[in-house]
Design a protein around this ligand. Sequence first.
Ligand code: UGB
Length: 696
Amino acid sequence: MKLSYALPLLSLQFLSPSSTNSGVVLASGFSPIKHVTFTQNAIVSRGGSQLSGTALESDVGPSLGVVSAENWDLLSDRGKAALSRLILYDVANGHAQKHVYGDWPEKGTEDEEKRGIAEQIADLDGSYPGGLPAYLSKARTLLKESADGTNPFAEFEAFVPEGESLSYEDPDANPHTGMTFSQAEQAGLTVIGDTVFVLVAGGLGERLGYSGIKLSLETNLVTNKSYLEMYSKYIQAMQRMAHIKTGKDHIRIPLVIMTSDDTDPLTRKLLKDNDNFGFDEGQVTIVKQDKVAALSNGNAALSMKSKWKVETKPHGHGDVHHLLYREGLVDQWYNQGKKYVIFLQDTNALVINSVLPTLGVSIEKGFHMNSICIPRLAGEAAGAIARLEHKSDPEKSLVINVEYNQLDPLLSSQGDCKGDVADPNTGYSPFPGNANNIVIEMGAYERTVRGEDQGVVIEFVNPKYKDDSRTEFKKPTRLECMMQDIPKLFQKEMGSEAKIGFTMFDRWFTFSPAKNSLEAGVEDVSKGGKAPGTMSSAESDKYVQNQRKLKMAGVDLDVTTEEDLVLVSGIPVTPGPRIILCPGFSITQQEVMQKIQGGKITKRSTLVLEGEDLKVKNLDLDGALVIRTGHDCDVTVDGLVVRNKGYELEEVVAGADVPEEVAIRGYTMKKNEAMEIVINEPGKYHIGADGEVKKL
Ligand code: UGB
């Protein structure tokens, strides 16, 4: 990908409901009921309409005769308040929720359970902006539109958008930004001390077949570093560079991790067990997203897990913006003068390559939001960035992510009606793929999330219907939201001032997430799929991108091509060399080019390099070599010759009883022999052909 494009200034006026054939979305903030608070004996409506007036008593249950006074007295004040709101809403909206409160046994029977469900209703009410009635009201509208088959794209036509494009291996400047890849990185470096990172990590690894948290998985079996450690070390390498560049040792780059009930305890444990991976106390903040109520039918009836428990489900990564706002973090960062917030997903180790150049493009182009994109395979489970042009009102046109399940129906209904197919000339979908890592400018972000919607992004429903009557669901559904939908809020708060763009990188450089189980990956490969998205393909792609970086720096080695890949447990992976360049060695192209000079590495070899002042010249490697050097260690390796048995992959025998993390990868790493050099004492060192470390 070489071309650079001019991204048209977006006219961000798009706020109408949108959906796919199967899913429907609705902008937030439409609820008639808002900010209802309980004060002593009354429920007061602030900004709402339906609940104002004298009917708002805290004894709604008994006064409407739907819960006995004795049962009502069992409940806490917050339980009464939340249940009152639910009942009032329900009475006005068709009694779809009566099963929750309408047939309680007399006092003395299941009293704890009554208190329990009222508390749960209060929790659900308190965790959703506008409360549970707002949630149910939105859900009803969306479910109706979904059942009616409303096509939100009916007024729009999708076109391939224009954006910036940068290639690591292309020495030429992007004609649009006037910057080479390396220059974009250098531009990014100017703001590193003013960045903030957010990891969305509330998702379960269900598709991956892993019951632990994905952040704890090892990105590779050479260093065995987990995803969380890898992201942490990258952020700390940036911070260290900010100290060196500015002389300001007090700079701290904050990390926020969004967890969910499913991932919270294990994420906290992972951090605690590893001394916060080197972060200072207070530098990492965890915000936990709440689950939302599951719905069992088109009337948005609450789905019950049992008589006394409402079923809940994850709301999606879109929660992140409201949570950051609600916890006061956006305000805090804005007041501290932070300039960019960088959103990353949990299992894409390659993304760190593109953070700096994307920041550089954001600065150069003045983008308020910049999505990291990749060439997309047709039919791939990755969203696509599209320019949606409104058929009659150009003001409503915008560039936005169209989720993968929405793209095919949309494209099948327009143009050549071929759907989500590849361009025969490139082999890729003509639409850029959304890697879902986003760089947002802090000023615009602060302005947007403090707007009416408080960062609550547009939601959608995607019920799976039992039959064509579209009345019953196969399983309960819920409202969902996605973080990449924030442009609609930018549009609302900033109008045509908002500049939304994307930066496209080569896939090998920035995108190889671990999302799918080995079985799903093998099936995909058997159908000709080229991106199985397994733990093993993610690991392999990490080695390959480092092969390419070293090749470009002048090392004599074989870069794995598609033909060279070997099948391990059914997934094509690199035969080697396996190379890990730690963030502590390089976070920019310039560093790799300056620190590496010549040398050769055989295919069966393994190499790990870590150290901010480590230079490696004319290395001759056939085996495994690990060099780790600490801060203020100026180390030059010159002409080192390494010959040893090295490391090798051992395939897991099909059906073998192995731990989950091994099963999803399909192999283990046998570490036969390696040369390891570790230097932590500050000073100047030289390492020659025989590997002897000499302090100068
Ligand atoms: N996540 C949360 O933090 N909370 C949640 O409730 C759900 C998820 P998935 P998916 O990279 O190819 C996204 O499930 O469905 C976190 C984009 O929408 O991996 O593959 C979770 O922990 C899509 O446009 O997302 O789809 C993880 O870190 C495309 O870009 C992240 O959110 C696709 O990713 C993503 O969750 C992709």
